[in-house]
Design a protein around this ligand. Structure first.
Ligand code: GRF
Length: 193
């Protein structure tokens, strides 16, 4: 199943997805990496691995979010993409684009949704005194971090944790969870569900 990954920055989840999709038995093939940020380190890395990697900078579009998304959509369609993974894609999508990918767009969020939607999740989990924290892969809907949950992975919060130590523990689980959830979604498409 031809799959695109959308990133804005570092791209460690993208790397995990690329690594998984290198296995010919993996049901999704990452054929495109797109970023709104031309400087995203993940773009260069994907290109180096022979994956088509492209930036479509949002800035020239000003406040017209949909115009930027139409440009993204054109590239997604031109590449025959059937599944989209948001992986640290830091732009909120409009209902226009989300509507075009209903059930076919996944996101990873660094918290156990519905707890801690939005930003700074590790700080907030620590402040709230949570004993468990983790990550969630969910389908993207118009409400930010609100779509149906596909899967979660938990980690313990340990004494002395900082947002950085806790975040690193969560990130390691993200790198396992996201490929597993992508595989499941792609397999469902192959099975005609
Ligand atoms: C991850 O923590 C992910 O859960 C969140 O943004 C971060 C992206 O990191 N949505 P990376 O670019 O995948 O390294």
């Amino acid at each position: 199943v031809p799959t695109a990954v959308l990133i804005s920055g570092r791209g460690s989840n993208m790397e995990a997805l690329l690594a998984a999709s290198r296995d010919p038995a993996f049901p999704a093939e990452i054929t495109l990496v797109l970023s709104n940020n031309p400087g995203a380190p993940g773009l260069a890395s994907a290109a180096k691995q022979g994956i088509e990697a492209m930036a479509i900078d949002h800035r020239p579009f000003g406040r017209d979010r949909e115009a930027h998304e139409r440009a993204l959509q054109e590239v997604l369609v031109a590449h025959g993409i059937q599944l989209v993974c948001l992986a640290g894609y830091m732009r909120v999508l409009t209902p226009w684009l989300v509507g075009r990918w209903e059930g076919r767009m996944l996101n990873i969020h660094p918290a156990l949704l519905p707890k801690f939607p939005g930003l700074h999740t590790h700080e907030r989990a620590l402040e709230a005194g949570e004993g468990q924290h983790g990550c969630t892969v969910h389908l993207v809907t118009a409400g930010v971090d609100e779509g149906p949950i596909l899967g979660q992975a938990s980690v313990p919060v340990l004494a002395g944790d900082t947002p950085a130590t806790l975040g690193a523990r969560v990130l390691a689980r993200e790198h396992e969870l996201y490929p597993a959830m992508l595989a499941r979604s792609a397999q469902a498409i192959l099975d005609g569900q």
